[in-house]
Design a protein around this ligand. Structure first.
Ligand code: Q9C
Ligand code: ZN
Length: 718
């Protein structure tokens, strides 16, 4: 399960680097080269400060005279991790000074935060005893020790400094320590973890404590302290959930790492080892919460949390994240992923289609999707998976949510269930941004008003985001009919504004990176798809239609609390009992799910068998068809051959006919000749007869004459 890999992990390596300007090009190959180095070269790299010579642009053919070497020692911004050329004093990405010193001097408020000053440390109220009106903060230094052992091309963004940076900001604002109730961390038990994860997963994470360094994915590292940090993080979240739900504190903030929302039932990924929010949700249910809402505003989709609860109607998961058609990490979280196995509509995804998403977009989605669905669900407990990587200045998120936006979102959720809310840190990689954002959120938790901070709350959202919100509403209104009215209203507004906009250019400039870069974003003008997805239920189709089956599932997954249990006072035995009970319950619910799966499996097997038969039939049909085809082919050939033969015969016939005609003609000619010669002969015969007659006449005359003269001439003659 634990995979060792030294693959370069950071997205930042793919981003472009600053230009030295003025014909001098700083060679930053060492940064931009994403290529992975061998293990042995890593340690030498650690010590090596990379130096690259840079040259005048057109110096190659006259090196001796023109070359003007400029030495450049690159540095990594302590605030946002981006690499910078050595001659630059302020980070090109976030503006932080090269020798910022924020780690040693404490991280004061963000430059993006209006209230930029050093808030006076107010006198401590509340002390260290919990009170129903206090905000609890969970924090433990041992979570700093989770860090990447290998020194890579780029420092890992999910780094220990994130925690002290936020802590320093809270301290500076006088919030914590001071006005909040500290919750001390304990390592969560394996039993508790197994409500969420497989035993193999828990073991795989635990094993990493025996190794100096290991990797679950190329960017999900562990060192020997990571397993403990992950257990402390989950333990803090569990205890906070219990304290808040039971009413011993008003609400809370878990200042934890490693983050959790990418961790699924059996996978560590996306910098996450254990799913802190999922553990907290199940612990809240064990403490009696029937319905838990998890809102995930980390810029990434919480694929792990979705996987854990997608068949569960008692835990609703709502996530807002960059998605970009699945191209943004981790790729899941499309609007049509709505939950399964009877829990359709209990998973709500708001997938942004581009970077640069800001306060007004988030607030708009909250107004039209998150709050309407959440209040229809009516949770008993709210958990926020609060990554601050959608914050302005974040190197991964490239969005522009400000502390005022985060405090407004917090406030909007606080109205849901009497403020029983646990905010858990997930991602967020710009130290100033996460510090000021987290501080703003905690201030709202403590009851400070966020109203005045955000005058833009009523401004319209960007068109790309409006489109996303409309798509989500169109999909979710099948499960939450109360959305339908506002959907048709917003849709007609959209259509109207589309006509208005037609004349205007389709490109809209969106500032994405601090004050540095402006990115052009194509705003898609197509209207949201009507009935883009069809959720007719597979199998026998009964689950969705059959109200009773739904009810049954609902009861199964809701984990009905046991009213006979007395939740207070809290003592060790009670704690243990509750956890044991919760484990028993999750086993029961897993058993129910297994039964459900087995049923589905049986149906699927039968289907498969049938399909197999059909396939076989089809195969034999195909064979017959093939034979038939062969016959036809043979016949075709035969026909062709016969055609050829016929042709030959035809020409023969033609030839014979011609010769017959010739013969006839010749015969005729002969006949004519014969006739002619016959008549000739006849003529000749006639003339011969005539001649003969004449001759015989002459002859007889001669004879007569002769006889006369016989008497006369006899004497003479004699
Ligand atoms: N090529 C959180 O914010 N990036 N995790 C992976 C792979 C991972 C973010 C890029 C980003 C994880 C908690
Ligand atoms: Zn994230």
């Amino acid at each position: 399960m634990v995979v060792e890999s030294l693959e370069s992990s950071c997205e930042v390596s793919k981003r472009k680097h600053g230009d030295g300007g003025d014909g001098i090009r700083i060679l930053l190959d060492e940064f931009s080269n994403g290529d992975v180095n061998s293990v042995s070269s890593v340690s030498s790299k650690r010590a090596k400060v990379s130096r690259e010579m840079t040259f005048q642009e057109d110096s190659d053919w006259e090196p001796m005279q023109q070359t003007k070497p400029v030495e450049s020692v690159k540095w990594f911004c302590v605030n946002c991790t981006m690499p910078n050329p050595g001659d630059m004093v302020h980070c090109y990405m976030c503006g932080e000074h090269k020798e910022s010193g924020i780690l040693s001097h404490g991280c004061f408020a963000s430059p993006f935060c209006k209230d930029n000053g050093l808030t006076q440390v107010e006198e401590k109220r509340g002390g260290s005893s919990p009170s129903t009106s206090s905000t609890a903060v969970g924090f433990d230094e041992r979570m700093w020790l989770h860090s990447e052992f290998e020194v890579k091309e780029l420092p890992h963004v999910e780094r220990p400094d994130r925690l002290p940076a936020i802590a320093a900001s809270l301290a500076t604002a006088g919030v914590f320590p001071g006005r909040c109730f500290p919750i001390h961390a304990r390592e969560i038990t394996k039993q508790e973890l197994q409500m969420v994860h497989t035993s193999e997963h828990v073991d795989a994470v635990d094993t990493t404590s025996q190794l100096q360094h290991s990797y679950f994915t190329s960017d999900t590292y562990a060192n020997e302290y990571s397993a403990r940090a992950a257990r402390l993080a989950a333990g803090l979240c569990a205890d906070l959930a219990k304290e808040i739900f039971s009413g011993r504190v008003k609400n809370g903030f878990a200042l934890v790492r490693p983050p959790g929302h990418h961790a699924g039932i059996k996978d560590a990924m996306g910098f996450c080892l254990h799913n802190n929010a999922a553990v907290a949700a199940l612990v809240a249910q064990a403490a009696g919460a029937r319905k838990v809402l998890i809102v995930d505003w980390d810029v990434h989709h919480g694929n792990g949390t979705q996987e854990i609860f997608e068949k569960n109607r008692s835990v609703m998961y709502i996530s807002l994240h960059r998605h970009e058609g699945g191209k943004f990490y981790p790729g899941t979280g499309a609007a049509n992923e709505v939950g399964t196995y009877g829990a359709e509509g209990y998973c709500v995804n708001v997938p942004w289609s581009c970077s640069g998403v800001g306060d007004r977009d988030y607030i708009y989605a909250f107004q039209h999707v998150v709050l309407p669905i959440a209040s229809a669900f009516s949770p008993d407990f709210v958990i926020v998976s609060a990554g601050f990587d959608a914050a302005k200045g974040d190197p991964l998120g490239c969005c522009k949510v400000t502390p005022a936006g985060y405090s407004r979102m917090t406030q909007m959720l606080g109205d849901l269930c009497g403020g029983k809310m646990l905010v858990i840190l997930e991602g967020g990689y710009n130290l100033r941004s996460i510090s000021s954002s987290a501080t703003a959120v905690i201030k709202v938790l403590m009851g400070e008003n966020a109203e005045n901070d955000l005058p833009i709350a009523t401004a319209p959202p960007s068109r790309a985001c409006l489109r996303t919100v409309l798509d989500v509403m169109n999909i979710q209104m099948k499960f939450w009919p109360s959305l339908a009215t506002s959907y048709s209203k917003l849709l007609s507004e959209w259509e109207a504004s589309r006509l208005e906009k037609r004349a205007e250019p389709r490109r809209e400039a969106v500032v994405t990176q601090g004050a540095v870069d402006a990115e052009a974003v194509v705003v898609d003008e197509a209207p949201p798809s009507e009935f883009a997805f069809n959720f007719s239920y597979s199998g026998d189709g009964s689950l969705l239609d059959d109200k009773e089956a739904c009810g049954e599932l609902f009861r199964l997954f809701r984990l009905e609390p046991d009213p006979s249990r007395d939740l207070s006072p809290p003592d060790e035995t009670n704690l243990y009992n509750e956890y044991a009970l919760s484990v028993a319950r999750s086993i029961a619910s897993v058993n129910a799910m297994v039964a459900e799966y087995e049923n589905a499996l049986r149906t699927a097997r039968a289907d498969l068998e049938e399909q197999k038969k059909e396939l076989e039939e089809m195969a034999s049909l195909r064979r017959e068809l093939e034979e038939e085809r062969a016959k036809v082919r043979a016949m075709h050939l035969e026909k062709k051959r016969m055609k050829k033969e016929a042709k030959v015969l035809k020409s023969e016939v033609k030839r014979l006919r011609k010769s017959r005609t010739d013969c006839v003609a010749r015969e005729k000619m002969y006949n004519e000749l014969v006739a002619k010669s016959a008549s000739c002969f006849e003529k000749m015969r006639k003339s011969i007869v005539l001649e003969l007659n004449q001759v015989s006449g002459i002859l007889s005359a001669d004879r007569a004459t002769l006889a006369d003269s016989d008497d006369d001439d006899d004497e003479h003659e004699i």
